[in-house]
Design a protein around this ligand. Structure first.
Ligand SMILES: *[C@@H]1O[C@H](CO)[C@@H](O)[C@H](O)[C@H]1NC(C)=O
Ligand SMILES: *[C@@H]1O[C@H](CO)[C@@H](O)[C@H](O)[C@H]1NC(C)=O
Ligand SMILES: *[C@@H]1O[C@H](CO)[C@@H](O)[C@H](O)[C@H]1NC(C)=O
Length: 463
């Protein structure tokens, strides 16, 4: 019985409270009407919203980095996408939320209220992106604006260490006209908070890795004084792509150039090979032109890297040309030497029947001469042909053919022997020996300087 009574009482109470709240319906417009906040009301838009003009309006600013859209070294442009939050106190606005069903904040169009005229010093292009047309007004007069913005800004970049560089770009907020006694800017979050929040909301970074963001207050002092807040964004380039695309290929070409010292000097292949490698490098150098700004206070290390490696390879090409020239000079000597070399004289060989030169065609046809006649018709070097002894005197054409072939083989053998002896150190021509030494010395110096240079570059780049 008591339970039923309790239920009825409860229901009754609920019904009553519903009646009460349905009596008091509030709309946002009620608040605006109470404030006299209408679109045409100049009181809210024309002047800085303070009751006493002597104290400045404190504008709290918060900026997070959403994305790094572009960093263009060539035009020194930095394009971040940022999220901005501005709050300040409008002293003309106040209402009691309890009188308006607990409404504590109202959103109104931006045109209806005074807004601090903040601008970004570095910004060079108007942002055409969509902006929120509203702002929030709280019952205690705190006005809040939140917006996103693509800031196309200038940033002085130092590409000395490209592609292992770290860039630092500023985004400086300041009032365009209000001096420090009218508007003061105060950062809402400190540097560590801003950095952490930016890391959390960061969408895309592209080639760049966001490192940190520091906030600092400053003053711009000309004839008057302006308050300003600087956000310094520090980011490091991810160098992998440039290393794979550019640095490594050049290094590989340098290795090829080093390896080309193994190619023999005798033939011209080495020269052609080196020229090809040099050309390949000069094609790669064209890429560099697209990346680096033409104006830079210090020579970029990458330019030094390319030019010095290019110079190395040029030197090695010149050295190869010199060596080829020397070897060629010697081979001319050697060729004349072959011609003048005394023929193997069978006359002096005691254990063989003396052999005279077969000057006449008749003698040769008889086939009794064991001499091979030089085709050139000069005084022929003779040789005994022990293998062919049985067939020598046969009148048959076949054997004569065999003889001729044998003779040719002998000639080849002789040439080969000459070559082989030529390869042995002591019997080299003078210039070839000079070329060899030059080559060895140059290779040693070349290798050492390349290694020194590469390690020096690495040290410069990575510290
Ligand atoms: C609003 O404006 C009306 C006249 O337009 C004025 O009578 C009224 O006092 C104003 N109310 C406030 C709160 O300023
Ligand atoms: C960025 O702002 C900081 C702090 O105001 C300043 O020290 C620094 O010189 C600025 N850097 C550039 C590139 O303007
Ligand atoms: C930065 O602000 C956070 C709170 O927002 C605080 O915990 C932290 O200690 C502050 N850091 C510094 C260096 O002041």
């Amino acid at each position: 019985m008591a339970g039923v009574l309790l239920w009825v009482t409860l229901l009754h109470l609920l019904f009553l409270s519903g009646m009460v709240s349905s009596e008091r319906v509030c709309s946002y417009q009620d608040v605006l009407d109470h404030l006299n906040l209408t679109r045409g009301n100049d009181v809210f838009t024309s002047t800085r919203p303070v009751l006493d003009h002597t104290h400045p309006t404190m504008v709290h600013l918060d900026v997070y980095l959403y994305a790094i859209l572009a960093v263009i070294e060539k035009s020194q442009t930095f394009v971040p996408f940022i999220w901005i939050q501005l709050t300040w106190n409008n002293e003309r606005i106040w209402w009691d939320p309890s009188q308006f069903c607990g409404i504590s904040r109202v959103s109104v169009p931006k045109e209806m209220l005074w807004i601090p005229d903040l601008l970004i010093y570095e910004m060079i292009e108007k942002d055409d992106g969509p902006h929120s047309p509203y702002l929030y007004v709280s019952h205690d007069g705190i006005v809040l604006i939140e917006d996103e913005m693509k800031v196309v800004s200038t940033c002085k970049m130092d590409v000395h260490k490209f592609p292992f560089d770290t860039q630092r770009c500023n985004i400086t907020f300041s009032s365009a006209i209000h001096i420090v006694t009218d508007i003061q800017l105060i950062p809402f979050s400190n540097s560590s908070r801003v950095t952490q929040a930016s890391r959390e909301v960061m969408q895309t970074q592209g080639e760049w890795e966001f490192l940190d963001m520091t906030v600092s207050r400053g003053k711009l002092i000309l004839d008057r004084e302006w308050d300003q807040i600087s956000y310094t964004i520090t980011m490091a380039r991810r160098p992998l792509l440039h290393v794979i695309n550019f640095l490594l290929p050049i290094l590989f070409f340098l290795c090829l150039d080093l390896a080309s010292f193994l190619i023999s000097d005798q033939r011209g292949e080495k020269l052609g090979f080196k020229v090809t490698v040099l050309l390949a490098i000069s094609v790669l150098l064209l890429i560099l032109n697209d990346i680096l700004p033409s104006m830079s206070n210090r020579t970029p290390l990458i330019a030094t890297y390319c030019i010095v490696i290019f110079a190395f390879m040029l030197l090695s090409l010149l050295e190869t040309i010199l060596v080829t020239h020397l070897v060629e000079r010697d081979s001319i000597h050697q060729e004349t030497g072959i011609d003048r070399a005394p023929a193997y004289d069978c006359d002096n060989k005691p254990d063989h029947t003396p052999c005279h030169t077969c000057d006449s065609e008749e003698e040769r046809r008889r086939g009794c001469c064991a001499c091979i006649c030089d085709v050139s018709g000069r005084k022929a070097p003779c040789e005994p042909l022990p293998v062919a002894e049985e067939v020598i005197c046969s009148e048959q054409g076949e054997s004569r053919l065999l003889l001729l072939i044998l003779g040719d083989l002998r000639a080849v053998e002789r040439t080969l022997a000459l070559f082989a002896s030529g390869r042995r150190e002591g019997k080299l021509g003078y210039w070839t020996r000079v070329a060899r030494r030059l080559n060895a010395a140059f290779f040693t110096i070349y290798l050492i300087s390349v290694m020194l240079f590469i390690s020096l570059m690495c040290k410069e780049w990575l510290n």
